[in-house]
Design a binder for this molecule. Sequence first.
Ligand SMILES: Nc1ncnc2c1ncn2[C@@H]1O[C@H](COP(=O)(O)OP(=O)(O)OP(=O)(O)O)[C@@H](O)[C@H]1O
Ligand SMILES: [Mg+2]
Length: 306
Amino acid sequence: MTLHIEGVHKAYGDRPVLRGVDLRIEPGEVTGLLGLNGAGKSTLVTIVAGLLPPDAGRVLVGGVDVGRHPHRARAHLGLAPQDLGIYPSVTVRDNLTLFGRLAGLRGARLRERIDKVADALELEKLFDRQGRALSGGEQRRLHTALAMLHEPRLLLLDEPTVGVDVATRSRLLQAVRDLAADGAAIGYSTHYLAELDTLRATVAILHEGTIVRRGTLAELVDTHGRAAVDLTFTERVPDGLDFGPDAVVRGATVRLPSSDPAKTAAEALGLLGAHGSAVRSVELVRPDLETVFLSITGHLPQEVAA
Ligand SMILES: Nc1ncnc2c1ncn2[C@@H]1O[C@H](COP(=O)(O)OP(=O)(O)OP(=O)(O)O)[C@@H](O)[C@H]1O
Ligand SMILES: [Mg+2]
């Protein structure tokens, strides 16, 4: 089921957040939605789910206009918002049953779906635990399972892997891939770029109110990636050195984007003078999604992740 976002605008008060977002996600496609904190990812996801009206533009889910026919559109849609939404005072099993009923599942079909998502997200052992007695990562798994229960044709996951351990992350990513393999269209917001590789996702970068880059990982890296040099100091980056306007400092490392990293490395080392002995390593960074993101936003995604 194709998701079609056309010309979506949204302002909070007089502050515009979305300024004409166009985006399409095809059945079977996972699209990673990237953007700095405050870029508007959650706002967009909430609009797509029909929970917030856009100021202009429209969203079509399988051809159905979410604004005009919210109930019809929502039947095909699963949403796991950024904020956890589970019932703390009831058990995992009852959470699944309640949400399943809300999504219109009954009887054998409900039981079958509960078993399926519980297996995919490893919830069986937790069935009799209350929501509030789950760890943060377990709550995330339940929260995501609730969004997948009715086998939505469009699944929206807003930072589903925040604060989860390695095992939970890989469970979650596998469950998302399985759903996409069954033909669902998936919108997946994250600050962890490596996940997009695992998901074989296409990428949409939301910046200053519009989708500024859209494509496969390889396309974006080939077209917009820029190599860089990482200069890491033993303690911190010395004051008073001018590495140029493109330099980005992260901890004790200065990243210098460059189309000729060997030359840039030599120049940077020449610039250091007496500080030369404070350098711990010089690393050449090949173009990747992170360098694409950096060149557009001026920030590294992990740096700004909450
Ligand atoms: N209900 C609201 N009222 C006013 N401003 C809001 C509201 N919700 C979000 N904003 C503002 O809109 C901007 C976009 O917020 P949004 O939550 O969509 O960003 P995000 O890309 O999801 O960020 P993050 O990566 O931190 O989750 C932010 O500046 C935020 O402060
Ligand atoms: Mg958000």
